[in-house]
Design a protein around this ligand. Structure first.
Ligand code: C2E
Ligand code: C2E
Length: 313
């Protein structure tokens, strides 16, 4: 159930509050009274009213100070503040708006005038809130779209576009920080035959499983993506060649543990991958990442020719 509209009146004269309370009561709104600036600020934080009517002359702080304090606090900064005061000089009016007030009413006031001004400000606040909410929804949607546009739907890992962005980033960082990195390109051995044998649905399930195995076999800051139909790439930042080799072996071992039958992949007769590795050495910074990709591709070709389930650098 939505709560009633809350109005906080900060005014040292109780009579002003009593007058205002009457008009809000007609609408079944709740009115609260604070007789000092400090209690006004505290009540605003606790009650989170929809609007605040603020006097300028108060016993402890002046209304400008109260308004400034409200605008500085995360809980109260968006609550509209209307000044209701006996001062009507230019300086006071300008300063009130400078401190963040949305309106300025001079005492003595007409109750009807206060009423329409308050309603107008509440309407504006409602529009602003709706706009803010829509903006937040749009930002979330944009974020989701961004993730989707960089994800392979089937394997639930990065797609080729994401890979191209990531390798450029890792490469530039490695050159700048004078660090090595490794690129692995893995290819599922005789995957076409697997699909022919078991059907495409089984093939898709295997791809999904492999996506999980690759992701879980390396560190969260390593990057895994689908490079092509049955090719998966792994970027290993700050990793040299011997470690890259060990990680490739680990991935092959994790796949072997799953023991996925593949009768068309002799002599293993279970699903295997061949892996090509290339390593960026910081002593050779002239190497571009295109070159690193090309070398990993060549290494993969050698691994394939070495009888599948192999790793080559
Ligand atoms: P290790 O498994 O022989 O790995 C040796 C080194 O290879 C690691 O040294 C690290 O520099 C690199 N490395 C290994 N796996 C990965 C990987 O998945 N991604 C990346 N980017 N680099 C990798 P480090 O960090 O000094 O670790 C030394 C040893 O500590 C490792 O030898 C392993 O025995 C153990 N270890 C470290 N982290 C983990 C972990 O998350 N899980 C397990 N099971 N062991 C870990
Ligand atoms: P993580 O760093 O994201 O690593 C994810 C998984 O990649 C690890 O799961 C492990 O299967 C593999 N892995 C990563 N680095 C290595 C490594 O150097 N050697 C080997 N053999 N495998 C590696 P795991 O082992 O279940 O670890 C889960 C998480 O626990 C790791 O996530 C990491 O955050 C933490 N962790 C485990 N062991 C170590 C360690 O020795 N040192 C540090 N710093 N963190 C560790």
């Amino acid at each position: 159930m939505s709560r009633k509209t809350r109005v906080l009146v900060v005014d040292d004269e109780k009579l002003s509050f009593r007058l205002l309370e009457q008009i809000f009561a007609k609408e079944d709104w709740e009115s609260f009274w604070a007789a000092t600036g400090s209690s006004g600020i505290e009540m605003a934080k606790l009650l989170e009213p929809d609007i605040i009517l603020l006097d300028l002359v108060l016993p402890d702080k002046n209304g400008f100070e109260v308004c400034a304090a409200l605008k500085e606090n995360e809980l109260t900064k968006d609550i509209p503040v209307i000044f209701v005061t006996s001062r009507n000089d230019r300086e006071a009016i300008v300063k009130a708006f400078e401190e963040g007030a949305v309106d300025f009413v001079t005492k003595p006031f007409f109750l009807e005038e206060i009423w329409v001004r308050v309603k107008t400000q509440l309407k504006l606040k409602q529009y602003a809130d709706e706009l803010k909410e829509k903006n937040e929804q749009l930002s979330l949607l944009a974020e989701k779209l961004q993730i989707l546009s960089l994800t392979d739907e089937l394997m639930l890992i990065g797609n080729r576009r994401a890979f191209e962005m990531e390798i450029e980033r890792v490469h530039n960082q490695a050159v700048r920080l004078h660090q090595p990195y490794c690129l692995l390109i893995a290819d599922i051995d005789f995957f076409k035959k697997f699909n022919d044998y078991f059907g495409h649905q089984a093939g898709d399930r295997v791809l999904r499983t492999l996506g999980e195995i690759f992701k879980n076999s390396v560190r969260s800051y390593d990057f895994v993506a689908r490079y092509g139909g049955e090719e998966i790439v792994v970027i290993l930042p700050q990793t040299d060649c011997p470690d890259g080799m060990r990680i490739a072996q680990r991935i092959q071992e994790e796949i072997a543990k799953k023991n996925i039958v593949h009768p068309a992949n002799p002599p293993h007769n279970r699903l295997t991958v061949s892996i090509g590795i290339s390593c960026f050495q910081p002593d050779n910074p002239d190497f571009s990442y295109y070159e690193i990709i090309r070398k990993a591709d060549q290494a993969l070709y050698l691994a394939k020719n070495a009888g599948r389930n192999s790793i080559r650098v």
